[in-house]
Design a protein around this ligand. Structure first.
Ligand SMILES: Cc1cc2nc3c(=O)[nH]c(=O)nc-3n(C[C@H](O)[C@H](O)[C@H](O)COP(=O)(O)OP(=O)(O)OC[C@H]3O[C@@H](n4cnc5c(N)ncnc54)[C@H](O)[C@@H]3O)c2cc1C
Length: 282
């Protein structure tokens, strides 16, 4: 039977980051397994690339501030440009209730040290981006240090750095079971290419994390959030520095990327089909 000190299930940005950080701290025989045939086949490869610290809970603000600090030294540490572009995030409220929610979030952000996040008046929105019709907007918040990153560059950077530090990766290897000893401790993973004994397993299976945890009898409250994305033809309507612009009410948001505009909308999945990735043309 093969052996690894730790098996990381999932080679998305989370699994690659964990592998790099463990290997860089001296862990030997770190192994990432992924059922897909290469990097970026999960959520990381289709992400919009928005990066923000404008969250409504303290822990999310902290995590983003830590991530921002990491991005500032990513090139030196990992050798790859993470593509951090501080174009800002602009949240738009169309009702007083939505504005109250944005203001409550601002209080949390300010308390956690994100002082550059501020409320902006409707008249100032045009100065930030001229692309929003302001007739039915009652207020907004803006954070200029939010913006964009390049998810695949971050993933590929971490993966290459993990391999350089001695970690291994196996593609087309699906984890189908987690083997426990009598005390309940996981001692091996069952995969499509055989059993691997291990001292520890990291669940980095992203949207599929609950299914994986189920193999160890653990119920994990992770569910996928379906999104619809419309990509325009190449155009110069919006400069690449246009902030990520989000309507707080229904979550509709847009950004400019690679000379096109992405129009995005979180859309509930068809009931009973949480992993449905079909396009709803309507
Ligand atoms: C359309 C879209 C837009 C998004 N936009 C943004 C954004 O703008 N900003 C932002 O911060 N986040 C965004 N996200 C979320 C972000 O992409 C994810 O949070 C992040 O990529 C998750 O990384 P991960 O490594 O956890 O998962 P993933 O990248 O999905 O990697 C999980 C991996 O686990 C593997 N796996 C699963 N189960 C098994 C198994 N049993 N055996 C072996 N391998 C397995 C999969 O093959 C996959 O490669 C977006 C997501 C989507 C879908």
């Amino acid at each position: 039977m093969r052996r690894a000190s730790v098996v990381i299930v999932g080679a998305g940005v989370m699994g690659a980051s964990v592998a790099y950080h463990l290997a860089a701290r001296g862990w030997r025989d770190v192994l990432i397994v992924d059922r897909s045939d290469g990097p970026g086949r999960g959520s990381t490869g289709v992400a919009t690339g928005g990066f923000r610290a404008q969250y409504a809970t303290a822990i999310n603000v902290w995590l983003s501030l830590l991530a921002r600090e990491k991005f500032s030294r990513f090139r030196d540490e990992i050798g790859v440009d993470p593509g951090y572009l501080p174009a800002g995030y602009l949240w738009l409220a169309q009702t007083r209730a939505e504005l109250d929610i944005l203001r409550a979030g601002l209080k949390v952000q300010q308390a956690e040290g994100l002082h550059e996040a501020t409320e902006v008046g409707v008249e100032d929105i045009g100065l930030i981006t001229p692309s929003v019709l302001r007739d039915d907007v009652v207020g907004a918040t803006f954070c200029p240090t939010d913006g964009f990153i390049a998810p695949l560059q971050v993933l590929n950077g971490y993966l290459a750095a993990a391999l350089r530090a001695g970690a291994g990766v196996e593609w087309q290897t699906a984890v189908t079971g987690l083997i426990r000893d009598e005390g309940g401790r996981i001692v091996a993973v069952e995969t499509s290419s055989g059993r691997i004994s291990t001292e520890a397993v990291v669940n980095a299976a992203g949207a599929w994390a609950a299914e994986l945890a189920g193999h160890a009898g653990v119920s994990l409250p992770v569910t996928p959030l379906r999104r619809q994305i419309a990509v325009t033809v190449p155009c110069t309507l919006l400069p690449p520095t246009t902030p990520m612009t989000i309507f707080a009410g229904d979550g509709f948001h847009f950004r400019a990327r690679d000379g096109r505009v992405l129009l995005l909308w979180p859309a509930p999945g068809v009931s009973g089909k949480p992993f449905d990735v079909s396009v709803d043309r309507e």
